[in-house]
Design a protein around this ligand. Sequence first.
Ligand code: ATP
Length: 402
Amino acid sequence: MASPVHLEGTTLEGGGQLLRIAIGLSSLTKVPVNITNIRGKRSGGGGLKAQHLTSVQWLSQASSARLSGAGLKSKEITFMPSTRDQQSETYLKSEIQISQNTPGSINLVFQAILPYLLFRGSHFPVRVHISGGTNVSNSPSHDYVSQVLLPMLSLIGIPTIESELHSRGWSQGGARLGSISYIVTPATRPLPAFQLTNRGDIKSVRVTILAPKACEQHFRDELDVMFDKRETAIFGDREPEVEVTFEDSRHDKRFYLLLVATTTSGIKLGRDWLYDHRVRVGKLEHVMSSMTKKVFSDLIEEIEHGACADEFLRDQLVVFQALAKGKSSVHGGRRKGELVEPSLHAKTAQWVVHEIIGADFDVEGGCEGIAFGSTEEDVDRKEGGKLRQSLEKLHVSTSKDK
Ligand SMILES: Nc1ncnc2c1ncn2[C@@H]1O[C@H](COP(=O)(O)OP(=O)(O)OP(=O)(O)O)[C@@H](O)[C@H]1O
């Protein structure tokens, strides 16, 4: 087997996403990887947290990989997928259960395994049940995934993924476990290249509030005032269409607000905040007004620079651009006439896909994908053809001892 591609875990963002993308791509393409200094830029010493370990272990079993070094807080792992075109029997079941006993983000586990579930070459839908956190700081919430990520994946041509929330799991207001099921239908051919370049006008905004029931009216009033004030910045000359949903968070320290704008071309832009500052008794009005101000101004910033994917979605689409067939483009918007730079997360994702499968991004957010899953690519892969050779070249040029 070729020597593993070495990834230094402190590169760019230096967090967990580098690991998730690397292991997800490795399990699909069978390119072995070695990651050192995992999450090396995170405070607290870095290394694998439970959420990362869960994803790595699941993918290693699913792709019959040899995994070494993996444990809680590990800073180095080597992931060597089996080169035989055979998946582990256990993981071909139509029901998959992934359990976490802390509220590690369910959606980050899902982010790690989704490319594998979609492109592993199966023809059967799977139902994946994951327990952990549904609303966790610095990760996509259940609400963001169901209202932004999944519709956007469908817009770019990925078979519709359904999600079913069973119960909420929180990182705030004391740890609490929840669970979600996803039904994923695998792609039966490579993902065609997609173009997210025409944003259109903002047609409607959907607001999701999770807060203690006693705060409902105040929160709604704050939003009304803000919509009145910022109507033109959001809707321009169009008649505003706003829908507000409130759910009782059943805890006086659990506050979450999400705004999702839908454009005339079907694009969804989302911004949210799971309140993570101290909630003081008697100061709840301050919590609601600061959440409303911040989430509105974040969304308006996204709207003003005209991007076709919000800052978070942009990094989450990188892996799909790299696997698609042909050149996919995601317009990231312009600020003062200049293209908006990808976030550090997006740059990191682009670096990882380059290192593992050789896909490159241009400054405008375009990427010529490797057509993963096409017959030609399969033949190449099985018979040691073009792709295999170029991957092997990459192993050599990026191996650890370089
Ligand atoms: N508010 C948000 N809405 C949607 N997606 C988000 C949000 N915040 C973070 N994300 C996404 O979550 C992922 C976070 O990656 P990151 O590497 O920071 O996470 P991590 O595994 O928790 O690692 P670490 O603990 O090392 O930060 C990125 O894909 C990012 O786009």
